[in-house]
Structure formats: structure tokens, C-alpha cells
Write a protein that binds this ligand. Structure first.
Ligand code: BGP
Length: 471
């Protein structure tokens, strides 16, 4: 294990004292026990029942990695791998089987156990409230389209703050809130698989409102931790400096990044977005007082998920006027010749993107406290990289992390307020419609029984990096 020895000897990239080293995960992707101890159905349980063929190898969310049963050993393993922090989510439909009403005591017991176990292991719990998993009963009344769901979400959030806020000091209202909007209402990769820009805008707007209202509730309860949001900030790069390409990239940025970033951090929507929505006739329904709530309840901390850049060019052709409205009416995606790819996931790898995001946050968003809340590399068929001792030799993942961390380090040197790095993810888990196609973890899971865990080479590498606070 040359890499590891080298890390110890000569540390070139030292991170600030107390840097958060860890990983991230979500409830629906790891807990399993989807219909155990009173958990209600969420949209994933339901969609899989209805259309199993939409999921890779027809594998659904019922069992996933069994964190529900194995959290103790998993947390021990996190400790062994040098984690000082770990982010996961609470399953809304486990806490409230029908989304609202009576809290499920079994769920409270489970999350108390997980939080206590993490703290016992000196791993700070970062807890997220919503990671793509709308309770089915609430989706039946329209999900994020319906304002009642915002009310139900705020009640759910308050319950979590009251029950767990004495020990959890980092809360996140949402993970990648634009993804359920894109998947559910534009591009057909989440339930309810609609293509309807008006609904997409309303769902997005209500999600932002729900976040601000949860932040308001958190403050009103007098809680003393930090509350933020986790956004997938995908930088938009123009094909060229031609004004038409630059304009296209700015519009893509407004739709996909600033739509959530601006209201979350600055408390206001980008004017450019409002103008387009007005012109195209897609303004959402906004009630009196909403904008005030959004204005006054911005985040304390920003989680940044980064996987890939978005490359954009001016439109080549006039759009079909009869096709459903899409943000792509304003730009085309650009495939840059010679780009570096992760062929399994089909995503470009562009390490400098992480630095560009951090500089943007520093320069245009008040250098708000932030951290890398997801970054990672999904690889198919990792079993072929097992050595004679059974360890997956994932040198490609080590390189991926190291190259991104170098840019994070540079950003820190230039004054960015970035406090940590969490890999997606701790152990191989179920990834929505991709199910178990691509593996992301520091730790592999035997998928025949979702049981035995085995640390990959990257897990041991990360342990050394974390222990030495650099590499
Ligand atoms: C992020 C999500 C995660 C995770 C990850 C990997 O967008 O927050 O839940 O799934 O992406 O992506 P995928 O599972 O699509 O390969």
C-alpha cells in the first residue's frame, strides 16, 4: 500500500484544524426495512411496486444496505475509517407513516439510537430532513405542488428539531431540492413522472418556501445549532466566449443553480429567472407573506454536492413550439471534445469545477460557511477489482478524491470558508433508478444478502488522510 505510506511521510496538502472528514448517505438508500415497524410507503416504494422495470435489474428499495439493523457495526466502521462527521437523512415516512399525524415511536427510537451511537463514536451527526423520499400519502394529494404538504413538512421538521435537536447541531432542510423537480416534473426519472413545467415551478417554489419555514421554526424553537441546505451546484461553462454561448450558460446557471442558491443564501430569487417565468407565463402561485418568510430565513450553512460540470452552447435550432416547455428552450447541452469521463455513470470529471463553485460562493454569496457534502465516483462491476485478499483496489476513486481535494485546498488557501469534505458515500448503496448499478462507497456490501461489509482501498486511504488532516 504505497499510497498510504506516502501520505504519512510527506503531507503536501494540509487542511485546517477540525476539518470535517466523513461521508454522506440517505435514509431510503441505506436503511432497508421499508415496510418494517410501521414505516409508511414513500414514492419509491410505490413506484417500484408499480413499475419495477424502471429500476436497474429490477431492484427496489425494500432492503437496501440494512442500516436499520446494522447501524451499530456501520458506525464502528466509520469510526475506524477516521470519520469525524457523517450525514444521513431522516425518513419522513418512517417518522410519519402517512406524512402527518401521530409520530411513529419506533422511528423515534431508531433515530435516537443512530444519533447516540454516532456521538458515542465521536462522529458528529449532520441530519437532513428530505432526500427525494416524499411520503406516498402526501404525493397522492400532489406532493410539493400542494401547499398543505409544505405545512406537513414544517410539522415534521419541528418534531425532529424537538426530539433530536439537543444532540444534532447541524441540520439540513433538503438535499438537492431541484432533483425531485427535474425528475418528477420535467425529465421523467422520479415519480410522478410528469412533464409539466408549470408544476415543476410550483414544486420548486414550495420546496424553497418549506425550507425557509423550517429555518424559521428552528430559530423560533430557540435551537442552538446551525441549519442549512444541501444543493447540487453544477457550474455552467459556455462552449466559447461567443456572446451567444455565454448568454446560454448564464441562463442555464439561473435555472439550475441560482434558482435555489439565491433564495437559500440571499433570500431572493434571481431577477433573470423571474423575468423568464413572467414572460413565458409560468410564475408560481405565491401567497401574501411568503416572500417575506423567504427573505428573513436564509441558511446558516451551505452543503455543496458536486459531481460534474454542465457545458452549454447557444441553441442550434429553433425549438418545436408544440413541445413541452423546458429550460433547454434557452440553451443546448454541449459535449466538449476530449472531456474526461466516468463512463459508468456517464458524467464528465472536471476537478476544477469544485474550486469554481467555492470561489463563486466566496465572491457572490458572502463567503457563507460551506462544505463539500457530496462528491464521488460511481463505478460499475467493482467486483473485478478485488485482490486475492478480497479488497477492492479502487485506485481510480483515490485519484478522484485526491484531485478534487487539491482544488478544495487551493480554495481554502484563497480564503474560501469551506469546512469539510464528505464523500458520497460510506458504503455501496441503492441509487434510485440506477439501483445497485454503480458503486460509490468506501466500503463494499455483499449484495446477495445486503450483509457483510468490506473496506475498499479508498477507505483505508481516507482514514490516513483524515488522521493526518491532509495528504
Ligand atoms: C446525488 C444524490 C445521491 C446519490 C448521488 C449519486 O444526486 O444526492 O442520493 O444518489 O447523487 O448519483 P446516482 O445515484 O444517480 O448515481
Amino acid at each position: 500500500m504505497k499510497t498510504i505510506e506516502k501520505v504519512v511521510k510527506d503531507i503536501q496538502y494540509r487542511f485546517p484544524e477540525g476539518f470535517w472528514w466523513g461521508s454522506s448517505a440517505s435514509a431510503a438508500q441505506t436503511e432497508g426495512a421499508a415496510d418494517v415497524d410501521g414505516k409508511g410507503k414513500n414514492i419509491w416504494d410505490y413506484w417500484y411496486e408499480k413499475e419495477p422495470n424502471r429500476f436497474f435489474n429490477r431492484v427496489g428499495p425494500q432492503t437496501t444496505s440494512q442500516f436499520y439493523y446494522r447501524y451499530k457495526e456501520d458506525i464502528q466502521l466509520m469510526k475506524e475509517l477516521g470519520h469525524n462527521s457523517f450525514r444521513t437523512s431522516i425518513s419522513w415516512s418512517r417518522m410519519f407513516p402517512s406524512g402527518k399525524g401521530e409520530v411513529n415511536e419506533k422511528a423515534v427510537e431508531f433515530y435516537n439510537n443512530v444519533i447516540n451511537e454516532l456521538i458515542e463514536a465521536e462522529i458528529e451527526p449532520f441530519i437532513n430532513l428530505f432526500h427525494f423520499d416524499m411520503p406516498l400519502e402526501l404525493q397522492k394529494i400532489g406532493g410539493w405542488i400542494n401547499r398543505e404538504v409544505v405545512d406537513a413538512y414544517v410539522e415534521y421538521a419541528k418534531t425532529c428539531f424537538r426530539l433530536f435537536g439537543d444532540r444534532v447541531k447541524k441540520w439540513f432542510t433538503h438535499n438537492e431540492p431541484i432533483v425531485p423537480v427535474e425528475g418528477g416534473y420535467l425529465y421523467d426519472f422520479h415519480y410522478p413522472n410528469e412533464v409539466d413545467f408549470r408544476k415543476a415551478v410550483q414544486a420548486g417554489y414550495h420546496t424553497i418556501l418549506s425550507s425557509a419555514r423550517a429555518i424559521k421554526a428552528y430559530k423560533e424553537l430557540g435551537q442552538d445549532g446551525k441549519i442549512g441546505i444541501i444543493l447540487n451546484l453544477t457550474p455552467s461553462y459556455p462552449r466559447s466566449q461567443h456572446p451567444a454561448d455565454v448568454k446560454a450558460s448564464k441562463i442555464a446557471d439561473v435555472f439550475f443553480n441560482r434558482s435555489f442558491l439565491d433564495p437559500s443564501v440571499k433570500g431572493e430569487f434571481p431577477i433573470e429567472l423571474v423575468e423568464i417565468l413572467k414572460e413565458e407565463g409560468y410564475m408560481p402561485v405565491i401567497e401574501e407573506g411568503d416572500l417575506e418568510v423567504i427573505k428573513n430565513n436564509t441558511v446558516d450553512i451551505l452543503g455543496i454536492n458536486y459531481y460534474q460540470p454542465r457545458r452549454v452552447k447557444a441553441k442550434e435550432n429553433l425549438p418545436n413550439p408544440e413541445a413541452p416547455f423546458m429550460p433547454e428552450r434557452y440553451f443546448d447541452h454541449y459535449i466538449m471534445p476530449g472531456r474526461k469521463m466516468n463512463p459508468y455513470r456517464g458524467w464528465e470529471i472536471y476537478e476544477k469545477g469544485i474550486y469554481d463553485i467555492l470561489i463563486n460562493v466566496k465572491e457572490n454569496y458572502g463567503n457563507i460557511e460551506c462544505f463539500i457534502s457530496e462528491n464521488g465516483m460511481g463505478v460499475e462491476g467493482e467486483e473485478r477489482f478485488r485482490d486475492e485478499n478480497g479488497m477492492i483496489q479502487d485506485d481510480y476513486r483515490i485519484e478522484f478524491i485526491r484531485e478534487h481535494l487539491k482544488w478544495v485546498h487551493k480554495a481554502i488557501q484563497e480564503g474560501c470558508n469551506v469546512k469539510g469534505y464528505h464523500l458520497w458515500t460510506f458504503m455501496d448503496n441503492w441509487s434510485w433508478t440506477n439501483a445497485y448499478k454503480n458503486r460509490y462507497g468506501f466500503v463494499s456490501v455483499n449484495l446477495d444478502n445486503n450483509a457483510e461489509r468490506m473496506v475498499k482501498k479508498s477507505g483505508y486511504w481516507f482514514k490516513v488522510v483524515s488522521e493526518h488532516n491532509g495528504f
